[in-house]
Design a protein around this ligand. Sequence first.
Ligand code: SF4
Length: 251
Amino acid sequence: MNISHKDTKLFRHLKKWLEKAILDYKMIAEGDKVLIGVSGGADSLALLDLLDSPMIFVPRFSFIAVNIDMGFDPTYQSYDSLEKYLQENNYRYVMEKTDIGNLAHSDFNKKNPCFLCSRLRRKRIFEIAETEGCNKIAFAHHRDDIIETLLLNMFYGREISTMMPNQKIFGGKLHIIRPLAYLREELVKKYSQERQIPVFKNDCPTSLTSKRVYIKNLLNELERDNKEIRDNLYRAMSHVKPDYLLSEQKK
Ligand code: SF4
């Protein structure tokens, strides 16, 4: 167990909504073994910290933190600092050094590094989940990620879909869960600061120019005129009127 959690207003708010999301979407059952994906960014370390705090309604589960290093920093400075943080807080963890980042940015794949990068990283995470006997994989995607993914899939994927808070994979052998699904990014980041959780920098050359960053900036701009735009998009996903959408069109 990590150092004790201060009973702040923000902590109580985040815990309430985290537990509510877990219960609403039946993300965790008694005895589950959860692999928590940890990139070293504020969101994933905040998720790790929150899942490590005493639960009120969520059934008992165990967890292990897993970090896949993408190989962007040849000095492994962030890798070493993250490992130190996990050790100091007595987390069970698996860390792995890979060359996924460079492979995803090689000449043959310059156009869309994120696609290959996420695919290879996920593949490794699934394999580690199997080795560690985990039946759930928790990612730190929050409400803003879910909204951005809706737009990403519409703008570039020609479909209306997003990340699911509880997604069955491999016929139900594994589930991807997103306990931060109800929480706004701003609050998760604020919590990470309140808890003084260190943030380990992402050396990916695409991290500031990805399509996701473009969508995030676009939403920030639109929000200046319509403060409720993110909220409206989020709610729209649970208010779908199939009869008012187009039927399949011939190409
Ligand atoms: S931004 Fe970089 S690390 Fe993130 S998915 Fe894209 S290529 Fe991978």
